[in-house]
Write a protein of this length. Structure first.
Length: 537
């Protein structure tokens, strides 16, 4: 059976829910296809212990509905995963969204029919759909990257993946646990697991830079005060480059840019910085994002600051990062380094002693065998492009999106559309602000712009819209030029930002760093001029 609708939205996470609401308001018959059995997207799957957002709850939330922002009650300054999942369920119910969401509906292929100017969309379970437009709200961090380690499936204990953590409680008491991965996920998870497990071994390939953070419950009356001022909070947020005007991992980076340079700081000034602000002080210098030598000096200072916290000198030395600070997404932590002072926590530096294989009884590294009951993989994502390259997307002349991105690189126009794939809108494609901003704020702009665009096409009897190759090339050149002088593109940096974390992936920085207000201005200008850079048919 094939159902006909105006728009298919792929995914029922933050973006898909808002896209459904907005498109429905505009009168489009819209069907959401969600592979999971509930709403939430990335915030449904990543339910590992310690999972938390690093942007304040009152900013990492929908701004489009005054009712929702007044009715929902956040309990902490930065929301933990269960609260975000509950919030998205609340929104789905409050806006009566579920009746247009098919759950258990994993999209496996999408083919553009050039004659009829529609997409044919197939799901794994069978039902298929025909729609004039597809909005891919399939997530930027939704496809887990599973490591290819010999013997991975031979482990006789429990294997857990942070990005598909079981719904039921996992009891780690008295268990010997190994964690592989020390990105944002590992850094959040490790202190929590250490408190629970009998013994924890952390298998670290690249040490992280992490900024200590204080997350706290709202004081009585505090949230009410904030809500009474929500208009102003949202206005400031909207004007802010990263879409979050209050304290966030991103705003800290921006603050660092305004600091004096490290290269001309005296040794006394450097030491004072870490005396006063610890690891944060080591990184708070204005030149480190543009000058690799300054960045390397900051790494040394950072190592000194870590060694003041971590008592064992060998462990402290192994925790000192070697990649440039700023080239990966900032990480915030709560008690990460202190965790390594526990007697029941050990660190294995995989650069010195790499993993050889997973065995039935644990993990074998070059130098020894580590006996384990549980292995937790926190090994990251095939970010930005992974969700769509796993669907067989065929545009004009049966061109494959996976092949195009795989050979040419992750190109798009405005981080929304790809030339050769008419009537396909991607929420936060490569070349969008996404990665370097508050995702929710950036996403709202995308959904609203796409909704306006579809209304425009309908009003002017257009059947197709397609990015022009020249406009796409110019956009990517512009996005790339913005980061050309920064550590974001330093060759030693393997990050999900640039695809360097996925073996064989075409390497290119995938964000847009001029900030959301500038991005919005450009998108609006393009729309007002009749969608320049697009061909309307
Ligand atoms: P990240 O930041 O990509 O981190 C993944 C970690 O896993 C990182 O430390 C990797 O080391 C490590 N990794 C990956 N594969 C392996 C293998 N085979 N062996 C050892 N270690 C490995 O993903 P996260 O989930 O932590 O965070 C992603 C985003 O989610 C984050 O930026 C926030 O936006 C939310 P590597 O650095 O590659 O040497």
């Amino acid at each position: 059976m094939t159902a006909h609708v105006d728009v298919i939205v792929i995914g029922a996470g933050f973006s898909g829910l808002y896209a459904l609401h907005r498109l429905r308001e505009l009168g489009f018959r819209t069907q959401v296809l969600e592979k999971a059995d509930n709403v939430g997207g990335t915030w449904l799957f990543n339910r590992y212990p310690g999972a938390r957002c690093d942007i304040e709850s009152i900013e990492y939330s929908y701004s489009f509905s005054e009712e929702i922002q007044q009715e929902w009650v956040w309990t902490e300054t930065m929301p933990a995963q269960p609260e975000i999942e509950a919030y998205l369920n609340f929104v789905a119910d409050r806006l009566d969204l579920r009746r247009d969401i098919a759950f258990g509906a994993e999209v496996v292929s999408m083919v553009f029919d050039e004659d009829a100017a529609v997409w044919g969309v197939e799901t794994a379970a069978g039902p298929s759909f025909v729609a004039r437009y597809v909005v891919a709200a399939s997530g930027i961090l939704s496809v887990p990257l599973e490591p290819t380690i010999d013997g991975l499936d031979s482990f006789a204990g429990t294997s857990l993946f942070t990005s598909r953590w079981p719904e039921e409680d996992v009891d780690l008491t008295d268990r010997r646990v190994g964690v592989i991965g020390t990105g944002s996920t590992g850094v959040q998870l490790i202190p929590v697991v250490a408190r629970e497990a009998g013994h924890l071994t952390v298998f670290q390939r690249s040490p992280a830079y992490t900024l200590p953070w204080h997350v706290r419950p709202f004081e009585p009356g505090e949230l009410e005060d904030l809500k009474s001022n929500y208009g102003e909070i949202r206005e400031l947020q909207r004007a802010h480059p990263v879409g979050a005007a209050r304290l966030s991992a991103f705003s800290v980076l921006l603050d660092m840019l305004a600091m004096p340079p490290l290269k001309t700081a005296s040794r006394e000034e450097q030491l004072r910085a870490i005396d006063e602000n610890g690891v944060m002080g080591a990184l708070s210098w204005g030149d480190i994002f543009f000058d690799i030598e300054a960045n390397q000096m900051a790494a040394e200072l950072y190592g000194e600051a870590v060694a003041r916290i971590v008592e064992d000198p060998a462990t402290a030395a192994a925790l000192k990062p070697t990649h440039p600070f700023g080239c990966k997404r900032p990480i915030i932590d709560q008690g990460y380094y202190e965790t390594f002072n526990r007697d029941d926590v050990a660190l294995v530096d995989l650069r010195e002693d790499p993993i050889v294989a997973v065995t039935p009884a644990g993990i074998r590294t070059g130098q020894r065998h580590h006996e384990l009951d549980v292995i937790i993989y926190a090994t990251g994502f095939d970010a930005m492009t992974g969700a769509l390259t796993r669907i067989d997307v065929r545009g004009r002349d049966a061109m494959s999106l996976a092949d195009f991105w795989g050979t040419r690189g992750p190109y798009s126009y405005l981080g929304i559309a790809v030339s050769g794939f008419p009537n396909l809108f991607i929420i936060q494609a490569p070349g969008s602000p996404s990665a370097a901003t508050n995702f929710v704020a950036a996403m709202e702009q995308h959904v609203e712009w796409i909704g306006d665009c579809l209304a425009h096409l309908r009003a002017h009897d257009h059947r197709t819209i397609e990015a022009l190759p020249d406009a796409q090339r110019e956009w990517m050149e512009h996005a790339t030029a913005l980061v050309a002088r920064t550590v974001l593109v330093h060759p030693t940096c393997n990050s999900w930002y640039n695809g360097g974390n996925v073996p064989g992936k075409k390497r290119m920085y995938m964000g847009y760093t001029a900030g959301i207000p500038e991005y919005r201005r450009r998108c609006d200008e393009i729309a007002e001029a009749g969608y320049t850079g697009f061909k309307l048919g």
